[in-house]
Design a protein around this ligand. Structure first.
Ligand SMILES: [Zn+2]
Length: 356
């Protein structure tokens, strides 16, 4: 054993310094997401106690990405929860999203493996529970929460109601305190810029895309943008239309990234693997193709059932990880609802038709 170790050291010393520097370059993947396929039995309950939160990628010496275990969470079997990011250093911690409420303590524990700094700022990229679930927990740690106005609206007036029953009152500790709006006139411009820990961080409000309250977060020095969930490469696209999302808005979002990112910018989706902007093009083409095909079928008077039966995603299944029937049907249903009589956004929400 000792000989092997000495040899390894000698081999390392023999490497030209350029190669050694490259070996430490960012971004660095620590734990890649799982690839599946994953299956869960009927009636499966998420074992939150088994889900771990850990550093999955490093974007710079003081900008880390957190993610959860694979194969345990049916909503995100490749890696439980959505990605969270932590910028840390002498100015304290800036957090992008929180992971699920059930793993809040574990998320903090993972952060405490690399910094003892106070949690000062939290920005929410969108309302989904894997991104905002631990908001109240982190607010109690001292975080001031930033988000779009519409995210706050969605939280104050949740769109999903069991018929007849009033929606539960929001936990005010979880609701964003500092808010800003998206405006088409200032598209792509940061609503907030923070200078912390040697980084310059821009909160850029997005057009209604994954939801009506999306924000992307740009780290200028690390040349990385957290692009949240309007793009994904595990499962088919998801525009949460009830929360103001839109497939066409997701096209606009991809086009904005085309302008904001350079060829080397690392894009950090909420789910799936890290990508560069050219990786978004095939995704964009698929959205355009499905919008056109579903429009034709709806113009012919086809029902949702008939459109789903047409299996329009078939050409993309091979290249799409996590291509479950549920994921395809959800995507095609969104397109079906969007191409005709698409409800407007009111207070961050749309009143979507119910399909049986
Ligand atoms: Zn989401």
């Amino acid at each position: 054993m000792k000989h092997v170790f000495v040899l390894a050291l000698a081999a390392l010393a023999a490497l030209p310094s350029a190669v050694r520097i490259q070996a430490q370059s960012y971004p660095m993947t620590v734990v890649p997401p799982g690839k599946g396929p994953f299956t869960f039995p009927q009636g499966y309950q998420i074992p939150w106690d088994k889900i771990d939160i850990f550093v999955s990628e490093k974007m710079s010496p003081n900008l880390f990405v957190l993610h959860g275990s694979e194969a345990l969470d049916p909503a995100h079997p490749d890696s439980s929860g959505g990605r969270a990011m932590a910028l840390f250093g002498p100015d304290g911690v800036l957090l992008v999203d929180t992971e699920n409420r059930q793993v809040a303590e574990k998320t903090l524990k993972a952060i405490r493996t690399f910094t003892d700094g106070p949690i000062r700022v939290l920005v929410n990229t969108h309302i989904h529970p894997d991104h905002t679930g631990a908001n109240a927990f982190f607010a109690r740690q001292g975080a001031l929460i930033f988000a779009q106005d519409d995210l706050r609206n969605e939280m104050m007036r949740p769109p999903y109601r069991i018929s007849g029953a009033a929606a539960p009152a929001p936990d005010m500790a979880a609701v964003p305190v500092v808010t800003y709006k998206y405006s088409a006139a200032t598209r792509g411009e940061p609503a907030v810029t923070l200078n912390m820990n040697g980084e310059t961080v821009d909160f850029i409000p997005m057009m209604p895309s994954h939801t009506a309250g999306d924000t992307i977060v740009r780290f200028r020095k690390a040349n990385a943008i957290y692009i949240e969930d309007f793009y994904r490469n595990f499962g088919y696209p998801f525009a949460d239309q009830a929360n103001g999302g839109s497939i066409r808005g997701m096209l606009d979002a991809v086009d904005l990234i085309e302008q904001l990112a350079d060829a080397n910018t690392t894009l950090v989706p909420g789910h799936g693997t890290l990508v560069k902007k050219t990786d978004l093009l095939a995704y964009r083409a698929m959205l355009v193709d499905l919008l056109a095909k579903v429009t034709t079928l709806r113009d012919q008077g086809k029902s949702l059932k008939e459109v789903l039966a047409a299996n329009l995603t078939a050409p993309y299944d091979k290249a799409t990880l996590g291509d479950t029937q549920d994921s395809k049907d959800r995507f095609v249903t969104e397109v079906y609802d969007e191409v005709k009589d698409f409800p407007p956004i009111v207070d961050g929400k749309r009143t979507m038709p119910r399909h049986q």
